[in-house]
Design a protein around this ligand. Sequence first.
Ligand SMILES: [Fe+2]
Length: 316
Amino acid sequence: MILVLIKLMRPMGLSIFFFTDGTSYSIEEKKIIKEFKSQNLDPISIDKIKWDSSFKNIQKFKFNEEIFESKVMHELLVTFYKYGFVILENVPVSENYIIKFANSIGSVRRTNFGEFFNVKSKPNPNDLAYTSLALSPHTDNPYRKPVPCIQLLHCISNDVQGGNSTLVDGYNVSETIREQYQDFYKILSTVKVKFRFTDNTIILEDSSELIKLDDEKKFKYVRFSPRLDYAPILEKSKLDLFYRARSKLSELYNSPNYKIEFKLKSGDLLMMNNYRLLHGRTMYDANEGERFLQGCYIDFDSTEGKLRHLKRKFNL
Ligand SMILES: [Fe+2]
């Protein structure tokens, strides 16, 4: 047991004396007030803004070597938390720059695809991403514990006609389901689905609701990857309802009403919230030219930590 004597020293603050070891400590009142105020500055308190296919306000930021410690980076991160993604232009395409970029915000989250991965068509692919086929909207690595939070995708070259990037706001879709299909929302947010990745060296597996809610029953994240999920074991009528709900979810995710599409050019770096957005691409013809993207993941503690630091630094 630790015995302490706390004295209020008005107007300066608090004086604390620890009987156990005879040490004392004083805290200024303004520091206490600042600490309480800072609770309201947490990045998770940034309100999400829902968007659909009519979204035209894609936020683009120009890269420079000083950006990581600048007010622009603060604005970029706030925008990222609002919309779930941002695009940086003119990011150097020199060798594996994406790793330097990621580690300048936080730390790279390594996965079974390595510290980073190259997205271009290759023989005997272990993932559809490594083909030139279209990719329907999905979230990445739903079989990981924990799922990587943020995906960075850096376009090195894109000389083909197709291969456009697509994004869907999973938050908007799940809110639509909550408002219009209550039965579907309930089952999608309560039944856990198994996701599994298998190749020659590893089997990765995790289970989650397709729409995950937090303790206050508000949106937490989505997971969706129809090539990697398994049927939940449910009684027949509940299973029927689940599949009708999953079908509606898939219909909305794939609907042109919710999807935006754009072409990444050399030097563009797309930063996506993998807990909120679904991403995909249109097909392309690999014989037309090179399409080469590099990707990696970072976690929210990186971006949140950076955001708090920049708020403190610029007194925002
Ligand atoms: Fe992906």
